[in-house]
Ligand binder design. Structure first.
Ligand code: ATP
Ligand code: MG
Length: 426
């Protein structure tokens, strides 16, 4: 026997049983994006490597060490997308969707990062993202955050997530802050780890994001970005906070929140949870007014976020919020005896015509009643519809409830439609 080939490490199959949960979550994400008038955009999974280098920033974890980059057969350098924002901007520029326009967009799909696989961290993972363009005032920052807050409410996890908020100010604000931060880090260089030392000059704000405990302890005394914000930036942040207060959305201001991607300015936020262990960020985003121009378009303000679907599904599972998910099958058709299966197949087709959302599995391969009932049970169906010789003779169906303690019924064929309609209403 030859050795079985396994999936690539960190890239998971989503098996039946899991896919139901994913579909439920995806439906909520789509519906809520729709509630705010957002349109779906679908971008390719592979892009030119230059897009991510220029968009995300050379000195970031993603570009330095996480990208799946390869030369295609013509020698062009391509990369499996590690995130959606750069692709979305590229698509918007390419098709003239951004300049002088307002766009509210969402996307969903796989992303790829070569990270150490662990709970909540994979090499292929899935994001749902929101991106808005053409709106510079804090009302859209608030809308995007309100949309995310609605997701948690709809999924029943609003008590288990916390919103962390910060403002990075403008490029100019950050340039001023940068000098002060470099001075502080230089004075304390001995206390820094290698990574932070290297980043100190190339991208000092990223040091604030360090996960190293000693570096974090040192940073308590570092100069604060909030003290370097211009009046406009402070005003924008104040307006956002006012709007969130008015919407009843609670937040914690975290001055050290800088995000791992370079394109953000002003608003940045993360939704964090302690239900997931180390991988505690479920959703993250902010404003990125410079990116459209940086990627070759004309200056267009932008705000968005991305949410990790694996982390969300894990969280929902751990909090036991995925119980009432509809099974794959509502009805399993059991057919025993002469002519029963031909009639059964025909009736199943008719019921699918009449009750468009019904899920009927028809038994295949014949066999004894007991064997077919076992299959019915295993299918997860709510009811078995049984057609035996006597049923065919009398043109009736026997309906047996598989999950509830309910008396079985015998109905004329033409009354089954009503029963099925009731059944899927729950
Ligand atoms: P982290 O700090 O956990 O590495 P990040 O800052 O790299 O996250 P973003 O680039 O902001 O993450 O992506 C947005 C969201 O996508 C994250 O909050 C997380 O929920 C999810 N995510 C990011 N990387 C992974 C991964 N490797 N596996 C699963 N989900 C991920
Ligand atoms: Mg990361």
């Amino acid at each position: 026997m030859s050795k079985a080939i396994q999936a690539v490490r960190g890239m998971n199959d989503c098996l039946p049983g899991e896919t139901n949960k994913w579909q439920m979550v995806e439906n909520v994400l789509r519906r809520v994006a729709g509630n705010y008038g957002y349109a779906e955009i679908r971008m390719p999974i592979v892009e030119s490597t230059a897009l991510f280098k220029r968009g995300i920033g050379e000195v970031t974890d993603i570009v330095e060490k996480e990208m799946y980059t390869f030369d295609d057969r013509n020698g062009d350098s391509l990369t499996l997308r590690p995130e959606g924002t750069a692709s979305c901007v590229r698509a918007g520029n390419q098709h003239g969707l951004l300049y002088n326009q307002e766009q509210r967009l969402w996307y969903m799909g796989p992303m790829f990062r070569h990270e150490r696989p662990q709970k909540g961290r994979y090499r292929q993972f899935h994001q749902f993202g929101i991106e808005t363009y053409g709106m510079a005032s804090a009302d859209i920052d608030a809308e995007v955050i309100m949309l995310s807050a609605r997701l948690w409410r709809e999924l029943g996890i609003e008590e288990f997530v916390t919103l962390e908020l910060n403002s990075l100010g403008s490029n100019e604000d950050r340039a001023n802050y940068r000098d002060a931060l470099i001075a502080f880090l230089t004075a304390n260089e001995d206390a820094l780890d290698e990574d932070s030392k290297r980043r100190m000059h190339a991208n000092p704000l990223r040091v604030l994001d360090s996960k190293n405990k000693d570096v974090q302890a040192l940073l308590v005394n570092a100069p604060k970005l909030s003290e370097y914000l211009s009046e406009e930036s402070s005003e924008h942040f104040a307006q956002l906070c006012t709007r969130l207060d008015a919407a009843g959305i609670k937040y914690v201001i975290n001055e050290r929140l800088v995000r791992g991607l370079d394109y953000y300015n002003r608003t940045v936020f993360e939704w964090v949870t302690d239900s997931l262990g180390a991988q505690g960020t479920v959703c993250a985003g902010g404003r990125y007014d410079g990116l459209v121009e940086q990627l070759g378009g004309k200056g267009t303000p932008a705000v968005g976020f991305a949410l990790g679907i694996e982390r969300l599904v894990l969280m929902l599972t751990e909090l036991d919020k995925l119980q009432n998910i509809r099974a794959t099958t509502d009805v399993y058709m059991v057919m025993v005896g002469e002519n029963a299966d031909m009639t059964g197949i025909k009736l199943a087709e008719q019921w699918r015509d009449e009750v468009s959302d019904i899920r009927i599995q028809v038994h295949c391969g014949g066999g004894k009643f007991n064997k077919q009932m076992k299959r019915a049970d295993k299918s997860g169906a709510t009811v078995a519809i049984i057609l035996g010789e006597s049923e065919i003779e009398q043109q009736v169906a026997t309906v047996k409830y598989l999950r509830e303690n309910k008396e079985q019924q015998t109905l004329p064929f033409n009354q089954v439609t009503t029963l099925l309609t009731e059944l899927i209403k729950g």
